[in-house]
Design a protein around this ligand. Structure first.
Ligand code: AMP
Length: 589
């Protein structure tokens, strides 16, 4: 069911929803738990079925194409929804020892024709700023650090070049796999030997990346799989046993499989991506990460690494030092502050008792639109979900005490518009990318101890996704005083109105146009050369020949100081010519 147009008429009667909202749906969590064994997990979603007789490129399958990319009609609508003038303005700063010449279009990059077509089917017309840099960098064989958040297009920023590179070589590099048409469970099972592993902190993010990989692997031999907690290991093992080239997973479950050599081996691994690294390190996944980064027979000296993180704290730097090659490249995409200029942020002063009433008024004013409401505890999520449901609003909720079936059902209801209001705790909603979230409400602002301003920017980033506009409303109570100063500075940086009660926190020396400095920026030391060199893929020979490392000319990056991608992105004739873009000499496409 689509979310109705704002202000449209909704059925009346006893069960009528408040004006502008669709009818609520009751979610029977008990029934869901009972149905768990028969559940259709998100990780079971269909992937392209490759057959050996296809040669190099598989044929199109219309039905799957529609499932993956939407019908052609909706694809056209989707493309017009993006405001690329905004995206172009996002700043990318190159730091670290290597400089990369950026690409302006996907066609410039010398990527595999099947990948080019998949990008077109996704509706991606122009690379986002981070993609402009990571695509050539990865194609040229560099390890990459990207300080960027979900919403910047970072998933495709690493998947496009990696999968494109592998498409031409999948037959040579990939493990043998059973013919899907004749597969017999228990007879044809193989050990999964992925070429790529992507580690992410949350299940929802894992599923999201899996879905992006399903699209970008379309018509190729590359087979994506996803593993995460909450789903029986046996079921996921069954999927792996049909072969797996791209494995996406959460740390706990990946480690579990790494301990099962009869199911998973990393001996063919070529790329390891750690996504949302800061979050993972925060959450104490360190021992799991160690196992993932060194276990299952992987050839540690011959693996490329990509480290993506919203911030770059010491723990992430240490990880980079240990695994990334000296000659890695680093990009920092304008912090959330810059991207949130298309989010209108409002801070409303309320008493704790007044929150529910203010919330109802807000939902009445901005009715019928996809809305995420953040709270700080699982109990608060349950209570608020009940309250809104009793007010006949179409609400669902998600938090870490829910089973996987419940979490997936809630996300599906939210995405489809059946329950356009989602109550969530911050942790679960990390990285969620749902199109057209128009309104984010911080019913509870994050406390300084639990994420503070970083968590705030993550949360409001669920709206105003690439090129869309959104509204973020936050309830400010006397308990939120400790956040007031940094919150005010965030509002200033993003050109927002400062409410009266925060005026006192405007820095004395601030004048319009000043760039406010954030704590997180000082995390990133431009002179800190990460990489002890142990993990350099180009030293082991074979896979990464010297031929495909090029482009560190030091020149061509062009503008004064070489640091402002904005200028660079707008400069014409920036020198990344089509010829130069052919990534790996002799790579075979
Ligand atoms: P991510 O930062 O990876 O979560 O991506 C955010 C959203 O941007 C996802 O919905 C992607 O499908 C979308 N996206 C990624 N790259 C592009 C692009 N070049 N043009 C338009 N949308 C994109």
């Amino acid at each position: 069911m689509a979310v109705p147009e704002e202000g449209s008429v909704v059925e009346t009667g006893d069960q009528a929803a408040p004006v502008g909202w669709v009818e609520r749906t009751a979610f029977d969590y008990t029934a869901m738990a009972e149905a768990e064994t028969a559940a259709t997990w998100d990780g079971n979603a269909r992937v392209y079925q490759w057959k050996d007789e296809y040669g190099d490129v598989g044929p199109a399958f219309e039905e799957l194409e529609v499932e993956l990319f939407g019908d052609p009609e909706s694809r056209r609508d989707r493309q017009t929804g993006l405001d690329f003038s905004k995206i172009e303005q996002i700043e990318v700063i190159q730091e670290g020892p290597q400089r990369i010449e950026y690409i302006k279009t996907f066609a410039d990059a010398g990527i595999h024709p099947v990948m080019l077509r998949n990008i077109e089917l996704c509706g991606y017309e122009v690379p986002t700023p981070i993609q402009k840099f990571t695509i050539p960098a990865i194609l040229q064989g560099y390890d990459v650090i990207g300080v960027a958040q979900t919403g910047s297009g970072k998933t495709a920023a690493y998947l496009i070049p990696i999968l494109s590179k592998l498409m031409g070589k999948a037959k040579k590099l990939g493990a043998p796999r059973p013919n899907p048409a004749r597969f017999q469970e228990g007879v044809d099972n193989v050990i999964a030997e992925p070429l790529v592993v992507v580690v992410v902190p949350t299940r929802e993010l894992a599923v999201q990346i899996f879905n992006e990989a399903r699209k970008l692997c379309y018509r190729s031999m590359l087979r994506p799989c996803v593993v995460y907690g909450g789903v029986p290991v046996r079921e996921q093992g069954g999927l792996l046993s049909r072969g797996c080239d791209i494995l996406i997973g959460t740390p706990g479950r990946l480690k579990d499989f790494i301990g099962r050599p009869e199911v998973l081996s990393l001996r063919r691994l070529k790329y390891m991506i750690i996504d949302e690294a800061d979050e993972m390190l925060n959450d104490d996944w360190e021992s799991e990460l160690q196992a993932i980064l060194s276990g299952a027979e992987q050839d540690v000296g011959n693996v490329y690494y990509g480290l993506f993180s919203a911030t770059f704290p010491k723990a992430a730097r240490d990880l980079a030092k240990k695994y990334l090659c000296d000659s890695h490249v680093r990009f920092r995409v304008g912090r959330a502050g810059s991207t949130t200029e298309n989010i209108k942020q409002m801070i409303v002063e309320v008493s704790r008792e007044g929150k529910n009433e203010t919330l109802l008024t807000l939902l009445e004013e901005m009715n019928g639109v996809r809305t995420i409401i953040f709270v700080n505890s699982r109990q608060a999520a349950d209570t608020l979900d009940d309250f809104l449901f009793n007010m006949k609003l179409p609400v669902t909720s998600i938090h870490s005490d829910r089973t996987q079936v419940e979490r997936e059902a809630a996300m599906r209801a939210f995405r489809s518009g059946q329950a356009p209001i989602l109550v969530a705790t911050g942790v679960t909603a990390r990285g969620i990318d749902v199109r057209n979230v128009m309104h984010v409400i911080n019913y509870d602002l994050p406390s300084i101890e639990y994420g503070g301003i970083e968590e705030y920017t993550h949360r409001i980033g669920r709206t105003g996704r690439i090129g869309h506009r959104g509204v973020a409303t936050s309830f400010f109570t006397e308990r939120d005083e400790p956040l007031a100063s940094v919150l005010t500075r965030t509002l200033l940086e993003t050109n927002q109105d400062i409410p009266d009660f925060l005026q006192a926190y405007i820095p004395e020396n601030w004048s319009s146009g000043t760039k406010v400095k954030f704590e997180t920026e000082s995390d990133f030391d431009p002179n800190d050369v990460a990489g002890a060199g142990e993990g350099c893929g180009d030293e082991g020979g074979g896979w990464n020949t010297a031929d495909n490392v090029q482009g560190d000319s030091g020149g061509g990056w062009g503008n004064s100081g070489g640091n402002d991608a904005n200028e660079a992105a707008n400069a014409s004739g920036g020198g990344w010519g089509a010829d130069a873009a052919q990534p790996a000499a002799g790579a075979g496409w």
